[in-house]
Ligand binder design. Structure first.
Ligand code: NAD
Ligand code: UFG
Length: 339
């Protein structure tokens, strides 16, 4: 079975994807510099998979560190998760974001090219659609200039990879545009472990639920939506991971550029999420309304039909599954991974 390099494989989405790759019979190799992950995740992956997964410590910006993996193994394809992802931090540190996300991706594509590896799957984001003109978003919806450096790095890498494919048609480039990944593996052994105060809704909810944080602030209740709060397409991280396995099979078999939305097609408001979470924990989760957060789009959800038709993939987990599994992970690991 194919050997797959997983950059950022120690992170939130990467670790879940490594497990699904092993389940599907692939040979993943994790490459990560632990800038936003903890080594403890490797033992958890081993516990879930029943075997260890090869690991290399390294930085995607360092050619030799990546090349070492390609010298030691015949890599059939790369799933590229490694990168920085905090919107607010990217506004403060734009050069760091362009260096890691864009330059790091460039170095990776160079190494792949030099070693004859042509199959590349990239973690893009619904952020490339900016403020949507219409929802649901299809893959043909316009890609816009992003309103933060993080988002722009996703747009830039999408273009860089597509331009490489034009120059070298034997490349197979898959761009996966994730909507809002949430939840955790059902074992409760791996999950999302953000550093500091979470920026994103679901880890904030889980930390309020276990008493690490006092109260959720809902950013804005005067949006033009049914309950006044913003709407997103939350997708269970295991569905997302399974989507990568489906995309990988297609990527390995077909040269070209392939773009897919990975979402459920359902839009839920922030208040819907608070209600669902309160149900999962059996009590009302403390929350209050606060001013709008700069840069938030009003409503963003996917039309996932293309992934269904071409990859045979659909998200199967419900909102209740997402809240249950997110809470289960946080309850079992109130302080995240402890090293
Ligand atoms: P994460 O931070 O948990 O995972 C990223 C991993 O990359 C971490 O383990 C980190 O240590 C590693 N890393 C960072 N810089 C590196 C470098 N220079 N060299 C090697 N490793 C490095 O994030 P995630 O939520 O798992 O996201 C994975 C990918 O998906 C990212 O590219 C992110 O931008 C993208 N994405 C995430 C979301 C989301 O909401 N989580 C949404 C859309 C897209
Ligand atoms: N929210 C709150 N309170 C919080 C956190 C979030 O009300 O404490 C709200 C936000 O205002 C938004 C919704 O919950 O309406 C979802 O917010 P998240 O931060 O969880 O997710 P975003 O949709 O803002 O972020 C996602 C990805 C990013 C990506 C961004 C671009 O997680 O990687 O979309 O739009 F950059």
């Amino acid at each position: 079975m194919a050997t797959i390099l997983v950059t950022g494989g120690a992170g939130y989405i990467g670790s879940h994807t490594v497990i699904e790759l092993v389940k599907a019979g692939y040979e993943p190799i994790i490459f990560d510099n632990f800038s936003n992950a903890k080594p403890a995740v490797l033992a958890r992956i081993k516990q879930i998979c029943g075997r260890s997964v090869p690991f290399y410590a390294g930085d995607i910006r360092v050619y030799e560190q990546l090349a070492q993996v390609f010298k030691n193994h015949k890599i059939d394809g790369v799933i590229h998760f490694a990168g920085l992802k905090a919107v607010g931090e990217s506004v403060k540190k734009p050069l760091e974001y362009y260096d890691v996300n864009v330059n790091g991706s460039r170095v990776l594509l160079q190494v792949m090219s030099d070693f004859g590896c042509k199959n590349f799957i990239f973690s893009s984001s619904a952020t490339v659609y900016g403020e949507p003109d219409a929802v649901p978003l299809t893959e043909d919806s316009p890609v816009k200039r992003a309103n933060c450096p993080y988002g722009q790095t996703k747009v830039d890498v999408e273009y860089m990879a597509q331009e490489l494919q034009i120059a070298h048609p034997e490349f197979s480039i898959t761009l996966l545009r994730y909507f809002n990944p949430v939840g955790a593996h059902e074992s409760g052994l791996i999950g999302e472990d953000p550093r500091g105060i979470p920026n994103n809704l679901m880890p904030y909810l889980t930390q309020v639920a276990v008493g690490r944080l006092e109260c959720l602030s809902i950013f804005g209740n005067d949006y033009p939506t049914p309950d006044g709060t913003c709407i997103r397409d939350y997708i269970h991280v295991v569905d997302l991971a399974v989507g990568h396995v489906a995309a990988l099979k297609h990527c390995l078999d077909n040269a070209g550029v392939h773009i897919y939305n990975l979402g459920t097609g359902n839009g839920y408001s922030v208040l819907d999420m608070v209600k669902a979470f309160s149900k999962a924990i059996g009590r009302e989760l403390p929350h209050k309304f606060a001013p709008r957060r700069a840069g938030d789009v009003v409503s963003c959800y996917a039309d996932p039909a293309k992934a269904k038709n071409e990859l045979g993939w659909v998200a199967t987990h419900t909102l209740d599954d997402m809240t249950r599994d997110a809470y289960n992970w946080q309850k079992n690991n109130p302080n995240g991974y402890e090293d």
